[in-house]
Structure formats: structure tokens, C-alpha cells
Design a protein around this ligand. Sequence first.
Ligand code: ADP
Ligand code: MG
Length: 258
Amino acid sequence: MIKVDDLNIYFGSKTSAIHAVKSASFDVAEGESYGLVGESGSGKSTVLRAIVGLVPDWTGKIEVDGNTIVGKRSKSQRKMMQMVFQDPYGSLHPRRTVNDTLKEPLAIHGFDNQEQRIIDALDEVGLGAEFRFRYPHQVSGGQRQRVAIARALILEPKIILLDEPTSALDVSVQAEILNLLGRIQKSRGLTYIMVSHDLAVVGHLCSRIAVMNRGVIIEEITDDQLRSGEVGQAYTKQLWTASKGYDRTALEKFEDFK
Ligand code: ADP
Ligand code: MG
């Protein structure tokens, strides 16, 4: 579904250029959850932003659903790939109701039955129709992130790119959101790329994980390696050890109370 080959991304002018992503290559199958993990500043968000077309200066090859990306994304390419960001405060307009937020993409892409689609999308993320006329400050952090997920789903995309979708949330709410994302992925057959600085968080959803350090993908690990801790690079081992502070078993047992 996604193929990235020898991707290099630069910021700034020639004299003060930052080489933020260095020769990154990976591919993601349809229906797979692929993880991208690494410390802050390692280039994870930049990779996602390049895939959705938000960075101007890159080289290499990006292929989505069999089509090589050249120049600007078409309207249908934009529709099939949606992004969910870390900070639901920043990504939702403070003076727009949930209804307005969900209606906007439907209007842009000319969908019919808008009201029903909004109600269905809210239901899918575990929010009742009564949330429609609330403002972002009138819902909790976890509920805001559910609205952001509903907004991503409402255009019926094939791919969702998740940039630290739970990092701003309390641990118990993180687990609820991760479980919700897992359920939605299964029921819709979606393809995910999920970015996190926390190996345990990506390990919860992803079967293959690329480890990034200073703009370079240093290795790709499987969920078996994640369980056993038998990883190739010392840097990965360090992330793995840090992630043990987070109890995976507890996370898996966590129930999602609607
Ligand atoms: P991560 O998501 O892993 O924390 P980022 O992809 O945000 O890392 O950033 C990778 C590197 O690129 C960092 O050094 C960051 O400062 C730089 N960078 C990211 N966005 C920009 C930008 N718009 N302009 C200049 N430098 C940027
Ligand atoms: Mg980031």
C-alpha cells in the first residue's frame, strides 16, 4: 500500500540545510500497521509529512496504492490518506463545534448524507450524537482525540498516518485510544503507519517497526523481537529497556468503557 524508497528530506537553504531524513526505505502492506519509533527529533514526523505532501524538499520515491507520487497530491490521493496528530487541542479549531469539524471534509469532497455520516463517525469512535454541538474545550483530551479520529475516518480513507496519537494523553486514556485504533483498523481493513517515541505504544498495534535515529532507519524489528528484546542495535535495546517502564500486559487487559 505504501512504498518508500531512498527518501531524503531537507529543510532550509543550501548553506544551512538540515538533512532531516537520510535514505529511508520501507514498505507497508495493505491492512498492516507499521511502526516508526525513535527519540524526539529523529525525523519520524517528517517522514509522515512527506508521505502526505506537507514537506516541499525531498528526493527518492514514494508510492501509494501502486501510484508513484509526483508533485502535488490529487484530491483523491488526499482523501485516501488521513493523518491524526499528537495534540488534539492544536488540531481542532477552538471555535468550531465537533459537527463543523466533521462536516468540513465532507463538504470539500462533496459527500452526500452528511448528517448521517457525522452521527455514524461519532458512533464508531464511541461518542454519542450529543457531542455534535460541543466545542473542543467542552470535551476531555481523550474525547478530543476521538473526534480527530472520527474526522480522519469520515472520508473513508485507506491509510491513516498516526503521529504520536496518544502521547498527550494520560496512560489509562492512551490504552483506550490504542484499543479503539486497533478495533477500527480491523473492522475497516485500514493501513496504518504509527509514529511514537515509545516502543511499547507502537508495539501494541504494529507487527513491524522501523527504528529511527538521527534521520536514519537503523533497523526494522518484528513483534517477536519486541517481545524477547533480541534486537540488533544497542540504540534499539535502549528504547526497549525504556519501554519496559510501561506494562504491556496491563495495557492488553485494559478494557474500553464507553
Ligand atoms: P520527530 O518527529 O522524530 O520528533 P521531526 O521529524 O519533527 O522529528 O524532526 C526531525 C528534524 O528535522 C529535527 O532536527 C527538526 O528540528 C527538523 N525539522 C522538522 N521540521 C522542520 C522545519 N519545518 N524546518 C526546519 N527543520 C525542521
Ligand atoms: Mg514528531
